[in-house]
Design a binder for this molecule. Sequence first.
Ligand SMILES: C[S@@+](CC[C@H](N)C(=O)[O-])C[C@H]1O[C@@H](n2cnc3c(N)ncnc32)[C@H](O)[C@@H]1O
Length: 309
Amino acid sequence: MLEPVLELLNIRDDGLYVDCTLGGGGHSAAILTKLGPQGRLVAIDRDQDAQQAGRERLAQVANHSNWQTVHGNFSDLTGIFADLAITGADGILADFGVSSWQLDQADRGFGYGQDGPLDMRMDHSNGPTAADVVNSRSQEELVRILRDYGEERYAGRIASAIVAYRNRQPFRSTAELRDVVIRAMPAAARQEAQHPARRTFQAIRIEVNQELAAIEQLLANAPDLLNHGGRLCIITFHSLEDRLVKEAFRKLENPCTCPREFPVCICGRKPMGRVVTRRAVVASAAEQKENPRSRSAKLRCFERLIEGG
Ligand SMILES: C[S@@+](CC[C@H](N)C(=O)[O-])C[C@H]1O[C@@H](n2cnc3c(N)ncnc32)[C@H](O)[C@@H]1O
């Protein structure tokens, strides 16, 4: 999704761009190569390790004069702009979820493919871990998390197996959770193409990191932080995220709440801009082949068309 992102961001060499999800720095590095000395890039990540890895990548692209990284949560984008005395951006990018790098680090506990501590916190300096969630939440709460955040058909069976296991001993590792989930699934479901624990791990990770709340906050704040003509580009990885983005963009383009039968608008809500991507952009066949994770990626873009204020 690198090429379409760069195209949709419509990068000016003297513009100010904010990457809300630095990760391994792939998008940020590409943006940086398009900026001149008057341009500026601010790259944010809530994961201290990702921030460090991203910094190292960016340092290979350009000296430190026109970019900086920030350790922070994009839910606080308004506060980050205020701290940096930024009044408006020409482009804001967010590429949700976890990075392949985070998934591959066994000690971060995101993946079911290898054993590690059941952590899953992107910002590992605070907040409850995945182990805290599975060891302490009620069975009903676990069902809700698995159903709402994982769209898991077998949420009831899995939650009940989690509670039965933790009544004997608390969960400590990713392998324990993965094995309990696999055993709780009906035999036929274990044969499906996707790993049987994929949806449970996604759901617990979303809960641990309060991901949807952060996305809602970003969608509420980012449009106000764009300059006139500035663009907000967002890449999502599952339908829960994509639904939030699509609906927020629709409302920005058409905020009118008047009943359809009204001949003229009386609510007075004015569009803030336009949705640039009528349909979500998906990864090319070649990219999907090279990087299977990109198969579920969807890119949407909104352009602000009123002056800031
Ligand atoms: C899919 S990766 C981004 C990959 C990046 N675009 C690249 O080119 O390498 C997502 C990154 O966003 C970070 N992240 C997720 N939610 C965040 C949030 N609410 N605030 C800041 N960073 C977040 C994760 O820690 C992770 O490093």
